[in-house]
Design a protein around this ligand. Structure first.
Ligand code: MAN
Length: 351
């Protein structure tokens, strides 16, 4: 028994045409991987909105933000010999890597966690500065006291790293720049201090020795990070053999910190699994699920912008119920419920 997710019956809950593009010349291509949080009795999704200009036969577009902060479109014929186009998400042109879409973050709100509408005021978070020139993606939202920590993937031609913004009111934001330099993503800050320190999971990538593994760092102020330690690696010939990365903030249970993570194999199939980390020293793994707890299997998870993907970086908890919001096939936003106890039983912590 592997997939234990109880998917929402009305999945997908948001699709690209539900969202207005940021300008008339742009088109929303995909909605992905929302950060999730509660604020003033509502549930919010911070959705990643990926845009490009209307697709045309025989060409590919790379939308980027230029030095003046304006969107600029690079257009390349698909038969250009300098173009290497093997992945719908990222392509190489004249030796440089480009994303095929430009992402920003958009706030959607809900009373019931099922029906979401765009928050009318201040709903847009867009790229700031040269290190976010190719956009901002996959934001985790962690709340500590009254402060929300937004950790997101900041992409530019200098690399892929983790950006941080903080807010207390969702109107004013402080931009702290890049907290984990390239190549790094999938950063989730723990929502509680442990022995007086902030902790964050993150995912540096190492090309020759090492790999795409989950690491942990600590901080005395939540902004500056150090004492990095390896937490968990990929597992040969398994569903998480090529890359793994943390989802949203770890969930505190009496047995340890429960972390939902994504894992991909050689075929780029993205599934979800779980780790249990020691309550006092979260660099120690107590247990890890053998099989995934969620596998792409519904039509909306199999076919889309980039198929065979379930990817989560946001959830809410209500007693034993864990509701994850996830990107399906890198195009649609969906929801699914889990029983925390059932995940702990797959981790062989409870029976
Ligand atoms: C990477 C990221 C995610 C994306 C997955 C699957 O991990 O770019 O945003 O959802 O790949 O394509």
């Amino acid at each position: 028994m592997s997939d234990i997710a109880k998917r929402f019956s009305n999945n997908p809950i948001l699709i690209p045409k539900n969202i207005e593009p940021t300008s008339a010349e742009l088109q929303v291509i995909c909605l992905l991987n929302p950060g999730v949080f509660r604020f003033k009795n509502k549930i919010y999704l911070l959705v990643r909105v990926a845009e490009s200009i209307t697709q045309k036969e025989g060409v590919v577009f790379f939308p980027v933000i230029n030095d003046n902060g304006k969107i600029e479109i690079i257009e390349v014929p698909l038969n250009d010999p300098h173009l290497i186009a093997t992945d719908a998400r990222v392509m190489q042109y004249k030796g440089l890597d480009y994303l095929t879409t430009l992402s920003h973050l958009r706030l959607m709100e809900s009373e019931d966690g099922i029906k979401f509408t765009e928050s009318l005021n201040n709903s847009l978070l867009t790229a700031i500065g040269t290190l976010e020139q190719f956009g901002i993606e996959d934001c985790r939202v962690s709340q500590i006291g009254n402060t929300y920590y937004l950790t997101y993937t900041a992409v530019s031609n200098s690399g892929v790293g983790v950006g941080l913004r903080t807010t207390t009111n969702w109107v004013d934001f402080t931009h702290h720049g890049m907290i984990f330099p390239p190549h790094n993503k999938d950063c989730a800050i723990f929502e509680e201090l442990i022995n007086g320190k902030y902790y964050a999971l993150h995912r540096p990538s190492s090309v020759q020795i090492g790999g795409n593994f989950i690491w942990i760092a600590e901080s005395i102020d939540g902004i500056h990070w150090g004492n990095h330690k390896f937490v968990a690696g990929t597992r040969k010939e398994m569903w998480d053999s090529v890359r793994i990365g943390a989802g949203a903030a770890p969930i505190k249970t009496e047995y340890g910190w429960l972390q939902i993570y994504h894992g991909a194999d050689v075929a780029h199939r993205y599934c979800l699994g779980a780790l249990l980390l020691d309550l006092n020293d979260p660099s120690k793994v107590i247990s890890r699920t053998e099989d995934p707890i969620m596998i792409p299997k519904e039509d909306y998870e199999i076919s889309g912008f980039f198929g065979h993907v379930v990817f989560t970086n946001g959830h809410i908890i209500d007693g034993d119920k864990l509701t994850i919001y996830y990107g399906a096939a890198d195009e649609f936003i969906c929801g699914a419920d889990f029983s925390i106890k059932e995940i702990l039983s797959l981790l062989k912590i409870v029976s």
